[in-house]
Design a protein around this ligand. Structure first.
Ligand code: CAA
Length: 258
């Protein structure tokens, strides 16, 4: 893997690991760090030996937002020319599952990065929120869109307008977090889940991820046509034959992603 400065990466079994590594500034997300996260995600997406990626943060936070030091003196025209959010867009193009393991603060861009994951496991002390209104800005890396799709206009506006933090248990009730875990078990439990996901038929996981995201943008009818095509496509895979043969032979299937 590339020589990263802002993140650590590794592979455990079939799981790619990305750990945000600026703990002194609570993993504040500067442009280089986002670039490295995207590079690592894309590399894991291409590798045959990796089936799931787990994203977490080192130190006492997942990420306390975009790096305020870096953007405090920015001007709008320079930001437009940099097209810095293009890297964030690339996260949406990752095809394999990305599971976020969130502890401590997930604020501003940190919350947006969490929302860009497919599923979130959270320590029960985690705190989510959009404090941008206290800085004279607003969420800029997908927060207004992803949060609204997830929890609806009313609650999204409430959190975006007040800047209040949301407890992990509230985030779980609102459907943002998939599972709550004791902080000391967060990585272990997330890895356990990721490992079980890595044993499922990879193409089934991939095509169902695509289809579920279509549900956020398409009408039900159009989404169902998309789903049907992916469903049919899976019948051209070896894994579909293996999965159904294994069922009939009363044994566990061995999936290859082919
Ligand atoms: N950017 C840059 N540095 C940050 C940071 C950020 N987002 N968040 C924390 N830090 C730094 C602090 O400046 C501090 O550095 P020093 O030790 O050099 O002073 C260090 O991390 C530790 O932070 P605190 O001492 O503040 O820790 P705390 O426990 O007292 O407070 C906190 C924690 C409430 C999260 C507080 O750090 C905070 O409010 N951080 C900013 C949160 C925020 O506003 N995030 C939104 C950013 S804007 C954004 O993300 C826009 C977007 O949509 C893309």
């Amino acid at each position: 893997m590339d020589n990263f400065m802002m993140i650590e990466t590794g592979v455990q079994g079939k799981i790619g690991l990305i750990t945000l590594n600026r703990p002194k500034v609570l993993n504040a997300l500067n442009r280089q760090m986002i670039h490295e996260i995207v590079q690592a995600l894309e590399e894991f997406d291409r590798r045959d030996d990796v089936r799931v990626t787990v994203l977490s943060g080192k130190g006492r936070a997942f990420a306390a937002g975009a790096d305020i030091e870096e953007m405090a003196d920015e001007d709008a025209i320079h930001m437009e020319w940099m097209n810095q959010f293009a890297d964030w867009d690339r996260i949406s193009m990752i095809k394999k599952p990305v599971i976020g393991a969130v502890h401590g603060f997930a604020l501003g861009g940190g919350f947006e990065l969490a929302l860009a994951c497919d599923l979130l496991f959270a320590a029960d002390q985690a705190q989510f929120g959009f404090p941008e209104v206290n800085l004279g800005v607003m969420p800029g890396a997908g927060g207004t869109q992803r949060l609204t799709k997830l929890i609806g206009k009313t609650k999204a506006l409430e959190y975006i307008w007040t800047g209040e933090t949301m407890t992990a248990s509230k985030a779980e009730k609102l459907g943002i977090v998939s599972r709550l875990v004791a902080p000391e078990l967060l990585i272990e439990e997330t890895m356990r889940f990721a490992a079980s996901l890595a044993e499922k038929a990879p193409l089934s996981i991939r095509f169902s991820k695509e289809a579920v995201y279509k549900a956020l943008d398409y009408s039900v009818y159009e989404g169902m046509q998309y789903e049907r095509k992916n469903f049919s496509l899976l019948f051209s895979s070896e894994d579909q034959k293996e999965g159904m043969r294994a069922f009939k032979e009363k044994r566990l299937p061995l999936f290859k992603g082919k």
